[in-house]
Design a protein around this ligand. Structure first.
Ligand SMILES: [Cu+2]
Length: 243
């Protein structure tokens, strides 16, 4: 009986390992890649941006009682939504290269910049403290070890390595309750974060049919479908929100 249980356990572990391997991204040469480009817009009339009252460290964060604009939903004048994460569910394609320079994540006027930071898994994030006051980096990651690291004023830079793909990883500062941001750690190069006008582009995809995940922190995640043709750009016009 005991032997059977051990054997059973071994089979479960072996099956899980096999499943993980089957899902792993495969790097191949892409000679005739196509691209996806377009805009993510807000469906319907965008709400006015939320405001955050400054309640601490006014000499750095902004005058006491003065409000900051919340970064959790930023819609441009033509409806484009900023900081939307777009990830192609690609099983194979270009090799994931390490970034030429470490991704930079700054704390400035008690805000995280950028609000959404995407990078290849295995990157080391340079976390800066331009404010010269106490902040801290507190993540609730699950695939990677959670981080809770104070960054006092005498530490202008700390480095945090994110080994595994995981997204979104929420980052908060416990010293300033309104400070939050997201890190997006990816296993392949086919991802983007929309700019202030909601635009994005993802290049060098092997031709084929894809599902694409589109995520906005307040509006949630949805899946779009797209066909990529060899050496062509597929234009898309996606929306997030009510519709
Ligand atoms: Cu802070």
């Amino acid at each position: 009986m005991r032997r059977n249980m051990v054997l059973c356990g071994a089979i479960v572990v072996a099956t899980a390992a096999l499943a993980t391997r089957a899902m792993a991204y495969e790097a191949v040469a892409v000679a005739d890649g196509g691209s996806i480009s377009g805009t993510v817009k807000y469906a319907g009339t965008a709400p006015a941006p939320a405001k955050i009252p400054v309640t601490k460290d006014p000499e750095v964060c902004g005058k006491e009682g003065k409000e900051k604009i919340s970064p959790d939903l930023l819609v441009g004048s033509d409806g484009g939504v900023a900081n939307v994460v777009v990830v192609v569910k690609a099983a194979k394609g270009k090799k994931l290269d390490a970034p030429a320079a470490n991704p930079v994540f700054d704390q400035k006027t008690c805000e995280f910049h950028p609000h959404v930071l995407a990078f290849p898994a295995g990157s080391t994030v340079d976390v800066l403290n331009s404010d010269g006051i106490l902040h801290n980096i507190h993540t609730t990651s699950t695939a990677n070890p959670p981080i809770n690291q104070a960054q006092p004023k005498f530490k202008p830079k700390i480095q945090i390595k994110i080994e595994k793909p995981e997204w979104p990883i929420k980052v908060q500062c416990d010293a300033h309750g309104w400070m939050h941001a997201y890190w997006i750690s990816q296993e392949h190069p086919y991802y983007a974060v929309t700019g202030a006008d909601g635009s994005f582009k993802i290049s060098d995809l092997p031709p084929g049919d894809y599902e694409v995940e589109v995520w906005q922190e307040k509006l949630g995640k949805k899946t779009e479908k797209v066909t990529v043709k060899a050496k062509e750009d597929t234009k898309v016009d996606w929306s997030v929100g009510k519709a």
